[in-house]
Design a protein around this ligand. Structure first.
Ligand code: ADP
Ligand code: MG
Length: 695
């Protein structure tokens, strides 16, 4: 349970005075959350320097100045459209404050005639007279210190003003408690780091633009806190897995030999190496936790299957889980014929199995008559009981969170886990997502892959694209048309895809163009995919539900709309759907002009290389980790403050620190250990704390 000291920070922003439900929405759009902590992590992106405080006559125009004036006279023009003016002055000069759509009552209240006021804003010269249009701030002499200062500027979204968010953040900062120090004292003094609360306040009160840099001292500390929480959480979880003894699985090779013999190809050297690494892990007493990394089409599935057979040979059950129904079904259709000759019972479980079917599948899983269990998240559910699960494969791992990974692990007695990903995660990122995970890599170019001719062009050339497709279809080409991710909403994505589908139908005729998106029912999706696979459809319009993993070798053309919105790795994965068959494949990246310099650079990388690792590293360099995989789907931890492009070395330190901490205080029960528990809760690593005794 979250410690009481943090309760306030996890309250809704509506608990702050002046924040109602409407502001809560705009604040959430800007900060990504609706609690006080979300405001705290929203650090300033800029500053306005209001320290310039000249006399009126000396005021430089065009820049922000904070001026102390005497309010002289309110002037309401009889012409309704003319602005409302308030004449002010100091001992030397005159300054007119100008307001459009003014509320006279309000202005008379904040600027009473005859009083002294402090106003801050940009001074302009309007045909010889000095004026300030809509001062940003108006205050009394008492406020001068607050006004004549550096004001932080926060990232905003539509409908949210700087005033509103600043006020909310100030209010949230007022609620911040003093927390016990979780960092090592020596490290803090060496780095010049203050305590957490002081650091947070400092980060929200930048004293100049250099304080906005990712390597400004307060930001470094906050980033370090976050990375330490991440690494400590992973280390705790990892240790729990390790502590549960694994069991030595004695494979006989009897089943895998049958399957190997029936394969129409030889394993590649890296597939063989990966299998050796996996079986070494399996035969050992420790629990296996290994990542199998390989580009799309590099042949991870067969490696997984052969490893699964090893556990079955030893008398146990194996499971493989994919993040989507489509992918899981694809595994089913690949695996079933391969193991037929072995007499194994393969069962399938997804959210779609209901009633009797579901019951009988569950029964075969719990009675042990099912040898291989293939499915989706449904395998995590509480009512799924395994007879003797010894080996679990998680495909396309990055879509699953740490929690889910652990839930499946907990389902068996000492389950060995193999997680598979096509995402070429750079080492730095790997550490944040998995901690120290053993890695096997499939490095050969995927079997039978041909280079894809990648072209980048503006959407304005759509007509030209359509003409080209028409010619290709005549020669029998099959085409993926990928519609953009518009919003954080499947509904809106689906609508965009529907519109594009309509248009393409108008161009090519109904029977030839199919549509698949996340809002379709499972059976509908399957039917469309099947039609595309068999060639009943020439064009498949899709949102990114044409998942990494879908295999239609006949598809040789892919059009990706709004390619500039995708992460490079995501584009790379999408592109991996083509170039699998015999013909030359073409990938058209359509962008909406104008294309920024950065976007241009990024798309150029894709045109130049098909090396997934190179692409990922470049993307990390150009955009930073958050965007690398397309955050929406990455499942990698998203950091609030830490930024791996800048804080990679802090991550390494945090990792060492986390290890050291656990060596000395495995249950986090010392004084510092208790503070570290608060840190874990602060960064919402609650699941990790549960792995501690008396957690
Ligand atoms: P991924 O790594 O994307 O999951 P798959 O396992 O789906 O890749 O494999 C892609 C295709 O390559 C499949 O049709 C598979 O049968 C084939 N394949 C796998 N290993 C080899 C190999 N060593 N030689 C030739 N083809 C292979
Ligand atoms: Mg795959």
């Amino acid at each position: 349970m979250r410690p009481e000291i943090l309760f306030d920070l996890f309250k809704s922003v509506t608990s702050l005075q002046g924040v109602g439900p409407r502001n809560a929405v705009t604040l959430e759009n800007a900060t990504g959350g609706n609690r006080l902590v979300d405001l705290l992590w929203h650090l300033p992106v800029n500053i306005i320097d209001r320290r310039y405080a000249p006399k009126i006559t000396e005021a430089q125009t065009g820049i922000v100045a904070t001026i102390t004036v005497q309010v002289l006279k309110h002037k309401k023009s009889p012409n309704r459209r003319a602005p409302y003016k308030v004449e002010c002055g100091d001992d030397m000069g005159k300054l007119t404050l100008v307001f459009f759509h003014a509320h006279e009552d309000y202005l008379r209240k904040v600027l009473p005639e005859g009083e002294t006021r402090v106003v801050s804003g940009i001074v302009e010269n309007f045909s010889g007279a000095l004026q300030m249009t809509h001062p940003d701030h108006i205050g009394t002499l008492e406020d001068i210190e607050k006004l004549q200062a550096i004001e932080p500027v926060y990232g905003l979204t539509a409908g949210l003003t700087l005033k509103t968010i600043s006020k909310a953040i100030r209010a949230a900062l007022d609620m911040v408690p003093e927390l016990p120090e979780w960092l090592d004292g020596a490290q803090c003094s060496q780095q010049g780091w203050s305590g957490w609360k002081a650091t947070l306040l400092e980060a929200h009160n930048p004293d100049g633009s250099s304080a906005l840099e990712p390597n400004a001292t307060p930001r470094l500390r906050l980033a370090y806190d976050e990375l330490l929480a991440n690494q400590l959480a992973l280390a705790v979880v990892r240790r729990t897995l390790r502590r549960q003894k694994g069991r030595a699985i004695k494979t006989t090779g009897k089943l895998s030999e049958i399957v190997l013999g029936a394969l129409p190809f030889q394993l590649t050297p890296s597939q063989i190496t990966a299998l050796e690494e996996i079986s070494t892990d399996m035969s050992g007493n420790e629990r296996m936790l290994r990542l199998l990394q390989g580009d799309v089409g590099s042949g991870k599935t067969i490696v997984a299957l052969l490893a699964m057979l090893g556990a079955i040979e030893a008398g146990h059950q194996s499971a493989i889980m994919a993040p989507t129904e489509i992918l899981a079904r694809q595994h089913l259709s690949t695996i079933t014929p391969l193991v037929e000759a072995c007499g194994l019972n393969v069962v399938f479980l997804s959210g779609r199995e209901k009633g009797k079917t579901r019951k009988s599948v569950l029964e075969s899983i719990s009675s042990g008559t099912a040898h291989i269990i293939i499915g989706t998240h449904a395998l995590f559910q509480d009512d799924v009981e395994f007879f003797d699960l010894a080996f679990a494969v998680i495909d396309e791992q990055h879509r699953f969170g740490v929690h889910q990974r652990l839930t499946l692990a907990a389902k068996g007695r000492a389950v060995d886990m193999l997680v598979m990903t096509a995402t070429p995660i750079p080492r730095t990122l790997m550490l944040t997502a998995y901690g120290d995970l053993e890695v096997s890599r499939l490095t050969e170019k995927p079997a039978g892959r041909l280079p894809v001719d990648t072209r980048v062009m503006p959407i304005e050339r759509l007509d030209h694209v359509i003409d080209g497709l028409r010619r290709s279809i005549e020669t029998g080409a099959r085409i993926y048309w990928v519609c953009p991710l518009v919003e954080q909403s499947e509904k809106i994505d689906a609508a965009a895809a529907e519109e594009r589908h309509k248009y393409l139908v108008s161009q090519f005729g109904i029977p030839r163009v199919g549509l698949v998106h996340g809002r379709l029912k499972g059976a509908q999706k399957d039917a469309v995919m099947a039609d595309f696979k068999t060639g009943n459809l020439d064009i498949l319009v899709a949102t990114t539900v044409i998942e990494v993993g879908v295999d239609v070798p006949e598809a040789t053309i892919m059009v990706i709309e709004h390619a500039e919105r995708y992460g490079l790795s995501q584009l790379h994965q999408l592109r991996g759907r083509i170039g699998r068959g015999s013909g030359t494949s073409v990938c058209l990246l359509l962008y909406a002009s104008p294309l920024g310099a950065m976007a241009k650079k990024r798309l150029k990388i894709l045109r130049e290389t098909e090396d997934g690792f190179l692409i990922a590293e470049e993307d990390l360099r150009l955009r930073g980790a958050g965007e690398l995989l397309g955050t929406r789907q990455s499942g990698l931890p998203e950091f609030h403050i830490a930024d791996l492009a800048n804080h990679g070395d802090l991550l390494a330190t945090a990792r060492r620190d986390a290890q050291l901490i656990l060596e000395r205080d495995p249950e986090l029960s010392s004084e510092r250990g208790k503070a570290l528990r608060v840190l874990l809760y602060l960064f919402e690593c609650d699941a990790a704390v549960k792995n501690l005794r008396s957690g």
